[in-house]
Design a protein around this ligand. Structure first.
Ligand code: M6R
Length: 637
């Protein structure tokens, strides 16, 4: 993962680099570092710190070093513990080459051993430092930097992008990209480089997305771009006007809480957006105005299919839908399986992206693949997308980030209107994914003649109602949670979550949410599996949280599972719907919320579940928006 930022130009680099680093902290915040060729003595000056960009900035603010070429790094640790030594930048023995790196060098142990045997001294345990030492040995053997780079990349494996500064060549910034993104911003006598162009989006709109397997030699006024075998590549500059929006927490204590409350709006905006899609002719969705809600027509335009590059023939001959995702997005996809199979009656398979690439792949031209990802950058999902693309099967990116790699590489794009999600734990992205997939399942069914335009309209209304209930449920239970329950449940060390049918993937999401922000151990099971082993875990120290459903048959089964817990003196927390008295009276603690259309039951419970977890975590005084060891965008496999 990690975020890289670099600058070369007429101006001082430090401020540019720091601004970029702050914007890229979503890629990791284990440590941060900055290096430049100090204009005062023309040698490297650097500093690095464990912790995020703030601790680094505090230390660096006491110094004055700066230069016209420099770079910075924000780290998510892969190789080597989180400490100052393992923070980037890294150097070769002579300290004439500095590197910042994103990705993983596979088999670096052998290179490191070889270099140590040749007399190199290492200061960190990272894979990155190997590149600096290796390049230090390769560079003197070649007449040009370009030729040295050809040899360097031929010896590296894995997925990586990195930037090098050579102290002896202060007019050049060297960039290498292999399966991890690296973007160049072209300015006026200055160049910017970053893992994500948002790092410098207020400085220039002229963007060069480095192609995969390429390296570049960047001067303040020019770019040389080469393939890994040294062939010059054409430089394509795109104009990208998206700006980094510095999102304010408003009155909320954490971004997570703000984003929990954003959900009603995110869902209604997204549904309204799809309703008026007829007026949208290309991917410039951001230009659609916010006046969506007044659209009452039941006429649905075909623009969605153009947007998704799907023909009518393809839609009608679909025999399988596949969704590929990780983490919370995978849970959203698992919930959506019920939508596609129930509403469209099309067999639907859900794939965990980290496993997908390593399983047998049966290419079926009558299938589509929907890649579900908040960031659109998750390496596991992106690599799965590349594999599917190689079979020329239709792919759709459902993401929150229109400029992401997945949107660029998939054949179609389903945008969400959730707005930027800052907190590492996914909240509004998850619920908006669920809402979008529900809308899409209905739209597909409409196109195939399985439902009428009136039913489609009803489905949209149901989504609006679900968004209302999502927020109302929080309000109903807010006082109890904040004044009594959060304190009580923060004292437990472990929880078990149970769900059945459509509430099972939702229970998985709840368990993930609790684990990742509170660090409380949580395990999730399908409620029916309890009796096959996990029931042995029931004791008075392990609250069992059951999420109900609105399907009557499944609800009856859930009651039986709740009885099994109570018969063993288990402590039962229930999320139920109004009227589900048989379940509610079994509970030690019940959250009851208004009824809704059955397939949207998880969506209705989402806000309340997140709010409960948030407040338990707040009691424990955890860094809620930036939990330990995590990153917002997981760009390594
Ligand atoms: O950006 P993506 O949706 O592809 O990210 C997938 C997961 O990394 C992400 O959902 C992760 O599990 C979150 N921390 C969940 O809150």
């Amino acid at each position: 993962m990690c975020g890289i930022v670099g600058y070369i130009g007429d101006k001082r680099c430090r401020q540019n680099v720091f601004q970029g680093l702050t914007r890229l902290e979503y890629r990791g915040y284990d440590s941060a570092g900055f290096v430049c060729i100090d204009s005062n003595h023309n040698h490297f000056a650097f500093h690095k710190e464990a912790g995020g960009v703030d601790p680094l900035a505090r230390v660096i603010n006491e110094t004055k070093f700066d230069g016209t070429i420099g770079m910075g790094h924000t780290r998510w640790a892969t190789h080597g513990v989180v400490d100052q030594a393992n923070s980037h930048p890294h150097f070769n023995c002579k300290k004439s080459i500095a590197i910042v790196h994103n990705g993983i060098i596979e088999g670096y142990e052998h290179l490191r051993e070889k270099l140590i045997n040749e007399g190199h001294e290492f200061y960190s345990t990272t894979d990155t430092e190997v590149i600096a030492h290796l390049f230090g040995t390769i560079l003197p053997q070649h007449d040009t930097i370009k030729n040295a780079l050809i040899e360097l990349v031929s010896q590296l494996h894995g997925a990586f992008s990195f930037v090098l500064i050579l102290e002896d060549h202060p007019d050049q910034l060297i960039l290498v990209r292999h399966r991890s993104p690296l973007v160049i911003g072209v300015g006026n006598n200055e160049m910017f480089v970053a893992s994500d162009f948002l790092a410098f989006s207020d400085k220039t709109d002229n963007i060069v997305f480095m192609p995969d397997d390429s390296f570049a030699i960047l001067r303040k006024d020019g770019i040389e771009l080469y393939s890994f075998d040294g062939k010059p590549l054409e430089i394509t500059t795109e104009i990208i006007e998206a700006k980094f929006i510095d999102i304010d927490k408003q009155q909320f204590e954490h971004y997570m809480l703000k984003e929990i409350y954003d959900q009603k709006r995110s869902i209604t905006r997204t549904v309204s957006f799809y309703r008026v899609m007829g007026s949208c002719t290309d991917r410039a969705f951001s230009q659609i105005s916010a006046s969506f809600n007044n659209h009452k027509s039941t006429e649905y335009s075909d623009s969605i299919w153009r947007q998704l590059s799907l023909s009518k023939a393809q839609i009608n001959s679909l025999t399988q839908i596949n969704l590929v995702a990780a983490g919370s997005s995978w849970h959203a996809a698992r919930i959506a399986q019920f939508f596609f199979e129930t509403i469209c009656k099309i067999p639907t398979r859900i794939h965990l992206s980290s496993e997908f690439r390593y399983m047998p792949f049966f290419a079926d031209k009558n299938s589509i693949f929907i890649m579900v990802s908040q960031s659109g950058e998750t390496a596991d999902t992106l690599e799965a997308l590349r594999l599917i693309n190689s079979f020329e099967i239709s792919t759709i990116a459902l993401t929150n980030v229109p400029t992401s790699s997945m949107v660029r590489e998939a054949s179609g794009f389903l945008p969400m209107q959730a707005g930027p999600e800052i907190s590492v734990a996914s909240t509004k992205a998850f619920s908006t994914q669920v809402a979008t997939l529900y809308w899409f399942a209905n739209r597909l069914a409409l196109e195939r003649g399985d439902i009428t335009p009136e039913q489609m309209h009803e489905a949209e209304e149901d989504l609006f109602i679900a968004a209302e209930v999502l927020e109302a449920a929080i309000e109903i239970h807010k006082l109890r949670i904040t004044q009594e329950l959060a304190k009580k449940y923060a004292q437990y060390d472990r929880f078990i979550f149970l769900g059945r049918h459509i509430s099972y993937p939702f229970a998985m999401e709840a368990a993930l949410k609790l684990k990742e922000i509170s660090y409380i151990f949580a395990q999730c099971y399908p409620a029916g599996e309890l009796k096959h082993g996990p029931i042995a875990l029931i004791d008075d120290k392990t609250p069992i949280v059951i999420f109900s459903v609105l399907d009557d048959l499944i609800y009856r089964k859930i009651i039986s599972n709740a009885h099994e817990v109570k018969a063993r003196n288990g402590h039962l927390i229930v999320f139920a719907f109004e009227g589900q008295d048989d379940l509610i009276k079994l509970a030690d603690c019940a959250f009851v919320i208004p009824k809704i259309t059955p397939l949207l039951a998880p969506l209705a419970m989402t806000g309340l579940m997140q709010f409960f977890v948030y407040h338990i975590t707040r009691e424990l005084d955890r860094p809620i928006d930036k939990p330990r060891h995590l990153a917002k965008s997981v760009t390594v496999e």
